[in-house]
Design a protein around this ligand. Structure first.
Ligand code: TYD
Ligand code: MG
Length: 455
């Protein structure tokens, strides 16, 4: 039997050390070293596969000699994923998709695999049997005769299969189940993840075949395994949403080949994930009567304008310290808006509990929804509803001034398209052409807007 040896690894950056240390010399994290069994280096995962000219060149090359347009992307039918990736898959890229159990990571990637018509996809699963995957595939309304399943966890065996199959696209479900024979520690441990991810990345770079890795996340919502994993791959996507709701959001947190602002929205149905191409329609709830504390804001997610519903509930605080709770909106910003309302508009917010919710489980960082949030808070405070055909766009400054926001034309156009009659925005936003039918009310101060709305 091979002699076992152990080594210590940093949970944060993956650095190794022969003995335990309290502070990682590499990333400075405290108490992050764990012991793992290893025995090293006999045989390599090995580049026995056919190296392709699509892969990375291993000689230095003058920047002027690099051919442009080398980056021809593989087109994907799924528009949401395509946009989040920055317009298709870059050959040789490695994409890591993380998300809670049961959120739909396997469904999403199986569905993508089945959408390719002429490309050979190898779906490697260490989590489910072929029969289980087949059962899932039956529910999805796509089929690809060129999609192969392989249930294996050893990267050495996977390496051989990759050589034989010569796939065009590889999916690994999940990186935490893979295991390298060169290391004795259990699958999912830091040294295993580091090694197996390294193997898959080397394969992608040498052959030019894109690889999708599914990753588990830990209880606190970060990807399980060393932080290093995120540095190693080209793109990190998060698949989020509430398991009990049908909407799922695909968000990119790192992308070497595109913007990280884009999101993709899906709806989980009995026949797999459906792309939601017009999210505004689903994010705004249908209501018959006017409700207080509900307003609509026009925001942007990446390049896409989006109308969202901002909800507020203001009620007299029963305990000494009023509660402030915010779902989908920055809690510090909420406190700031409340202080502005108190100081500049004379509303007694200090005695009120305030709850904010962005409908649909979205998380919005765009300060352009401040105005809608303020209108919702005051609407709930005064118990007066705001006309449901009004949309709000604007950032609120510390002295109660309403500031201009970017890409105003698109936001207005989206509101108009969805049948809104009036839009409130900053006086300092330059308006595009004046041929829109929607009524535009420009305000410079918060109290000016509040007196329009609530008299
Ligand atoms: P899954 O892809 O297995 O999640 P993950 O890989 O992230 O753990 O998704 C599992 C959930 O999705 C499961 O609760 C059932 C549901 N589902 C549907 O609602 N419709 C479908 O067509 C499929 C395939 C799954
Ligand atoms: Mg799964």
């Amino acid at each position: 039997m091979a002699k076992t040896s152990t080594s210590f690894f940093c949970k944060n950056c993956g650095a190794s050390s022969a003995k335990w240390v309290g502070k990682c010399p590499s990333c400075g994290e405290w108490n992050s070293f764990v012991e793992e069994v290893i025995h090293k280096e006999k045989e390599e995962f090995k580049s026995t596969w056919k190296e392709s000219n699509k892969g990375r060149s291993n000689k230095p090359i003058a920047i002027k000699d690099v051919e442009e347009g080398n980056e021809i992307r593989i087109q994907i039918q799924d528009k949401e994923l395509s946009r989040v990736l920055g317009g298709g898959i870059v050959p040789g890229s490695v994409v890591l998709i993380g998300g809670e159990p049961g959120i739909g990571k396997s469904t999403l990637l199986l569905q993508i695999a089945l959408q390719f018509k002429d490309l050979k996809v190898l779906y490697i699963s260490g989590e489910e049997s072929e029969a289980q995957i087949k059962m899932r595939a039956e529910r999805i309304p796509f089929s690809n005769d060129n999609c192969y399943l392989y249930t294996e966890t050893s990267t050495q065996k996977i390496g051989k299969a990759l050589k034989e199959a010569e796939p065009d696209i590889v999916v690994v479900d999940s990186i935490q189940t893979l295991q390298s024979d060169l290391i004795d520690s259990t699958p999912g441990s830091i040294s295993q993840i580091k090694e197996t991810a390294g193997d898959m990345i080397r394969f992608a770079k040498e052959t030019g075949v894109p690889v999708f890795l599914i990753g588990h996340i830990t209880k606190d919502g970060t990807l399980a395994g060393p932080k290093l994993l995120e540095h190693m791959v080209d793109t990190v996507l998060q698949f989020e949403g509430d398991r009990h709701h049908v909407y799922r959001i695909l968000r990119s947190t790192k992308n070497r080949f595109g913007s990280t602002n884009e999101i993709g929205i899906y709806e989980m149905q009995s026949a797999g994930l459906r792309e939601v191409s017009n999210p505004s329609e689903i994010l705004i709830s249908q209501r018959d009567e006017a409700l207080s504390g509900v307003t609509i804001s026009a925001t942007l997610e990446g390049m896409r304008p989006l109308l969202i519903e901002t909800q507020a509930l203001v009620s007299a605080a029963v305990y000494g310290t009023p509660q402030r709770n915010s779902n989908g909106y920055d809690a510090k910003r909420l406190n700031m808006l409340l202080a502005i309302l108190e100081k500049k508009c004379g509303l007694k917010m200090g005695l009120q509990d305030v709850f904010i919710n962005i409908a649909g489980g979205l998380r919005i960082e765009d300060p352009g929804i401040d105005l809608g949030i303020v209108a919702a808070i005051v609407s709930s405070y005064e118990n007066v509803s705001v006309d449901s055909k009004i949309a709000f766009i604007g950032e609120v400054g510390l002295s109660g001034e309403i500031r201009a926001v970017n890409r105003i034309e698109q936001r207005i156009a989206e509101a108009e398209k969805l049948g809104f009659k009036t839009v409130y925005l900053s006086k300092f936003n330059k308006l595009p052409s004046s041929n829109q039918k929607i009524k535009i009310i420009q305000v410079s101060k918060l109290d000016e807007m509040l007196s329009y709305l609530f008299g």
